[in-house]
Design a protein around this ligand. Structure first.
Ligand code: SAM
Ligand code: SF4
Length: 461
């Protein structure tokens, strides 16, 4: 029997990258690679990079430095270790990575990682390889499916890519350059993935894509389906209790998707809808192709459909030319919407994007001050949102054992983490919990039957 190799995949960045890392491991499994959580133990180390924000390149080289030491230690013991760099920094930097860091054996772009088994075999035969050309074949067709064991190990909540790339070209963003043009996967292939996950015990699926609600993949009828229609199809898969999607663009929030929030109980009432700025001037400079009013209208239409809907968002402060008035428009928008959470970023110029060439770059100290003020407002809103659950009953999907003996950890429809004392046999079930207290990032609950707490109105919650 051939020796089993070990692969360690380190993910940087967002959920899309975590998903890609899992698919890299899946694709290497038939070639005899088992996943390990220890880089020192690995025969193949893959650094799956993200360059959405600042210092991605610096972070990569310092990580390569650490792995190089492990590689030297392995070689001193007569063991070979291959280092691969994948993902968006690999796509953007290409052969520069091998030039700067000779310990790297393989650079593989974000659209090419389905070729990993063949590429690794060539490296083992003595080549150094850079593979970043966008391929003609469909990566998703070539990727191996996860094994039941891998699905089980990753837990009862899974991600499925339905859409990739972006044609929107926001002036600050590298995604259209590193992930390429927008593509949507066919409905039946996504449904087959979700069925396989459900059969292995997955209860919650989050559909992911850089611009997920622009989804327009071919349905079984050969016509393009919307994301709303896809969600309706997936809600029929036995065993799937919860569906989510991210990340959405306000412009692509169509009537069908909004209606799905009304008529699909499995679709969770929590929408991640990045706005970036509350200033029309900044939105235009960012080429977001929507106004502040357009955004507020989408929020209002969604809330009219489901009153218990909550929102999270992404914000960029310190975009070139942003004045204090522009920033105040952002604070006012946050006040008006009321968010359950948000990701906040200081603008960082990404090489090759139009905004990197714009005048009026905001001084770091000013941008940092805006970031803190925005974060303080959002944190207050998040605490108020979380506190509103105390004394009420909310449906919790129990996901895994907690840190304490006898404790389980689960998620509300709003992705809040809940800790509860409950038997392990309940993992995978959605059960009503009474929320008794809140911590910084966690809610504490008890099984609702024990308390008879009032249910959250129509919350699927
Ligand atoms: N497609 C989503 C949208 O339309 O908003 C966002 C995807 S992007 C991968 C995730 C987030 O990273 C963005 O929403 C933005 O807030 C942030 N981001 C992207 N480029 C950035 C930059 N150059 N500087 C700071 N933040 C950035
Ligand atoms: Fe980037 Fe999102 Fe804009 Fe596309 S829509 S360019 S992914 S920020």
């Amino acid at each position: 029997m051939s020796k089993l190799h070990k692969v360690y995949v380190k993910s940087f960045g967002c959920q899309m990258n975590v998903y890609d890392s899992d698919r890299m491991a899946d694709t290497l499994a038939p070639a005899g690679y088992a996943e390990t959580a220890r880089p020192d133990d690995a025969d193949l180390v893959i650094l799956n990079t993200c360059n959405i924000r600042e210092k991605a390149v610096d972070k990569l080289y310092s990580e390569i430095g650490r792995i190089r030491e492990l590689k030297e230690a392995a070689e001193a013991q007569g063991r070979r270790m291959t280092i691969a760099v994948a993902g968006c920094v690999a796509q953007a930097e290409g052969k520069e990575i091998i030039r700067r860091a000779g310990a790297v054996d393989l650079v593989v772009g974000s659209q090419n990682y389905h070729r990993l088994p063949g590429l690794v075999a060539r490296v083992l035969a003595g080549e150094k390889i850079v593979d970043t050309e966008f391929p003609l074949e469909d990566k998703f067709d070539a990727l191996a499916a996860p094994t039941r064991e891998a699905i089980y190990r990753r837990g009862i909540s899974a991600f499925v890519t339905v859409q990739e790339g972006c044609d929107k070209f926001c002036t600050f963003c590298v995604v259209p350059y590193t992930r390429g043009a927008e593509i949507s996967r066919p409905v039946e292939k996504i449904a087959a993935d979700v069925e396989r996950l459900a059969e292995a015990g997955v209860r919650e699926v989050t559909l992911i894509g850089q611009n997920v609600n622009a989804y327009h993949g071919p349905g079984p009828d050969g016509r393009p389906w919307t994301l709303g229609r896809l969600l309706r199809r997936l809600a029929k898969v036995p065993g799937i209790a919860r569906l989510r999607y991210m990340t959405s663009h306000p412009r692509d929030m169509d009537d069908d998707l909004i209606a799905a929030h009304d008529d699909l109980p499995a679709l969770m009432p929590y929408v991640h809808l990045p706005v970036q700025s509350g200033s029309d001037r900044m939105l235009a400079a960012m080429n977001r192709r929507h106004t502040r009013k357009d955004y507020l209208d989408v929020v209002a239409r969604l809330r009219a459909t489901r009153s218990d809907l909550a929102f999270s968002s992404d914000f960029i402060v310190g975009f070139p030319g942003e004045t204090e008035d522009d920033f105040n428009d952002t604070l006012a928008l946050v006040d008006e919407v009321g968010f359950a959470g948000a990701y906040t970023f200081i603008y960082s110029p990404r090489p090759g994007t139009p905004a990197a060439e714009m005048g009026g770059q905001v001084p770091q100290v000013e941008a940092t001050s805006r970031l803190y003020r925005l974060q303080a407002l959002i944190t207050r809103q998040q605490r108020t949102f979380n506190a509103s659950f105390v004394g009420r009953s909310v449906d919790v999907l129990l996901e895994k054992p907690g840190k304490l003996p006898g404790q389980l950890v689960g998620k509300t429809p709003y992705l809040q983490t809940v800790q509860v004392m409950a038997p392990r046999t309940l993992i995978g079930q959605v059960l009503p919990m009474c929320i008794t207290d809140i911590g910084t990032n966690t809610l504490f609950g008890t099984l609702a039957e024990e308390t008879g707490a009032p249910a959250l109105a129509a919350a699927g919650a």
